[in-house]
Write a protein that binds this ligand. Sequence first.
Ligand SMILES: [Zn+2]
Length: 625
Amino acid sequence: MVRRRSLLVLLLIFGGATAFPQQAPAPVAYRVSFPEPEHRWMQVDITFPNLPPEPLQLRMSRSSPGRYALHEFAKNVFDVRATDAGGRPLAVTRPNPHQWDVTGHGGTARVAYRIFGDRVDGTYLGIDSTHAHINMPAAVMWARGLDDRPVTIRFQAPTGTAWRAATQLLPGADAMTFTAPNLQYLMDSPTELSDFSVRTFSAADVPNPPTFRLAVHHTGTDAELDAFAADVERVVREARLVFGEYPAFEGNAYTFIADYLLWASGDAMEHRNSTILTSASSIRANRLGLLGSVSHEFFHAWNAERIRPRSLEPFNFEEANMSGELWFAEGFTNYYEPLVLVRAGVTGVGDFAQGMAATINTVVLGPGRGLRSAEEMSQLAPFVDAATSIDRTSFDNTFISYYTFGEAIALGLDLTLRDRTDSRVTLDDYMRALWQTHGRPGGRRPGYVDNAYTMADLRSALAAVSGDAAFAADFFSRYIQGREAVDYRRLLGLAGLVLRPQAPGQAFAGELRLQDAQGRTRVAGAVPFGSPAYQAGLERDDIIISIGGTPVGSAGDVDRSIRQRRPGDTLPIVFERRGQRVDGTLRLVEDPRMALVPVEEAGQALTAAQRRFRDSWLRSSGSSP
Ligand SMILES: [Zn+2]
């Protein structure tokens, strides 16, 4: 080692002050071990070699790719130590809650710490005697300024376990050692260590077929997993038909990492060459729900991971990440989630229509649309995406999820394009155009996207695909940056789907969340803006005493007193607020919520034109290039 150092000195002399960055950078080396996994912590040892003389600024991330709120992962770190190459302790200071500064390292710093983690999902760290479920930003420290350093990471399974690794990290010196080309790729590479079950398949219908791995940590049977793997393969093949090709996965492999365990929290998170899928339910109990997550996250391999908003590229691990384009990155993905399932034959037209009805109801009827556009809803993600808030928020009334909002926009745009062109131009063409321009070209550095898109790019791509710039400008200004909703009833009618009242003639006071306790009925959630209950003055925490003169003793009483009236009826409502009696008047309306049903189920005949429209939209195009 001494010899090597003197060589470096020579290089410094001849190479001048810029010699360090021009060295082939030595990798940052991580070792992760589990002395007591049953106690839910792990040991991390990191060697940072070839450091410039400045203090080493070690960070724990505050955010995680695909998550937009702050998570403060530093809170779980303890027992931090740093030494130099000779094992001498180094001074560590804390300039802020997320950072450890190490001074006097002499070019190499070895850092060791322990970290606690007890949540199995797509964001956090979960360690127990059955596995280590590692989301990298929640688990590993990194150093500022070393983003382009390659990384090696070696996992040491607890003695006596059969733990292996499922990860998109690239293979290293042995089965438990992996590499990443840079920090962004490392942080994007969640890793499951356990005695999981594996199924693999390859998409042999394309040149240079990628390998798909399905690693499942669960308590179900092999037969259940075999059937599930066959379903996953159908979803994977169908998703490719939207874009015409698979992405060029790093390592030519894509890994589904699933933890279907009673002690997991339901979640799913996209990454470039893998996804984390977690659920407390099982394959047997929740096949369609789990396949929905598979469909959604795999679609993200194109849309979000490679067709990527410039606002999220590269991902900032030190701050909340805000994007006005999540209605597209998440919402359009949310639309293709059930669309790919119905095209793959996993679900039926009725299932698809039911999901779209829920989406239309939320977006068309939700009071939030009058207050914020889909772009503005997207920008709220740092406050709503797995965010915590001690004080109550107005979001029940002022927010509509960009997943749902964007899904409704995608539905409206797909149907509008099909209507304009007799189904010759569709949303698939739009997605493919964006793929060709923004996704397919990739990045010069692995894990990065060079031609990330902006809102203007999305608009001009729609102008190009539709051949009508005025149409694209109008659609964006009304439905995406404005607050209008598409005419779903007419457009869905083209496919022989009838959008009609869910409960015709039914009296309605607003969707109220009520809670019964000690013989009293309390309003337990926000009262929807503009609803009859809102106009009667009712608010959260009020106790309902009587409606129409009839005493209320339960939520069922409230429901009954409204259901036996007619839309247009007015009736007195008495409630208690902050210890005082309040009298109001309910003016009931007709239940505005819609159902979406195939015309065949509505007692009408599907016309030939409707069948053609519907088949072009909801059936697999099936042909492989
Ligand atoms: Zn998503």
